[in-house]
Design a protein. Structure first.
Length: 185
């Protein structure tokens, strides 16, 4: 069982969606969490985390953390020696994500209300960056916050890009086409 599969076994999606939708938590579909945002489809989240390949002890940035589900999954994978920095634009979701992670016993995370900056440069560089909403173009700011040999997984329009930073100016990009996400706000 991969580390991602183990995290899915430990962190219950049901605990990260609105109470009136909890009976749908096992369905492989996005579910609304309010404020025009969604809790992403589990198979998509699993693929993105497998491509991201987070490791124990790493420092991870979770952009568009929503209800905190991906944050909790990442925190479980990186373990107590790792850290997850969760950034969310919607203030109410920052609090919801924080409350959900606390209720799930996830302690190695910090939540931040997103500013106009893409990402969270204050704590960069990151070993891994996960973005859970679609941007129109790839953010150079996020690339600059990534450590050399780090990975960024980001939806851009209808593709998910898996980017490995080889040097400060060289990247390897793998494109996974055919996805739909809420827009990055």
């Amino acid at each position: 069982m991969s580390m991602v599969e183990q995290a899915f076994a430990i962190i219950n999606r049901q605990d990260f969606i609105p109470e009136d939708l909890r009976e749908q938590a096992s369905l492989d579909m996005p579910l609304p969490i309010g404020f025009g945002q969604t809790n992403s489809q589990p198979s998509t989240v699993q693929s993105m985390l497998e491509w991201l390949d987070p490791q124990p002890g790493q420092k991870v940035l979770d952009v568009g953390s929503g209800s905190g589900w991906t944050t909790a999954l990442l925190a479980t994978i990186v373990g107590p020696e790792g850290r997850v920095f969760a950034v969310e634009k919607v203030p109410e979701l920052v609090q919801i994500g924080k409350d959900n992670c606390e209720a799930a016993g996830v302690r190695n995370v910090q939540f931040f209300h997103a500013s106009d900056e893409h990402g969270l440069s204050k704590y960069a560089p990151y070993d891994r960056i996960l973005v859970s909403a679609a941007a129109q173009t790839l953010s150079k700011a996020l690339l600059s916050q990534l450590r050399v040999n780090g990975k960024l997984v980001v939806p851009v329009q209808n593709d998910i890009l898996e980017i490995t930073k080889l040097t400060d100016h060289d990247y390897e990009v793998v494109t996974h086409p055919g996805y739909v996400f809420v827009p990055l706000v």
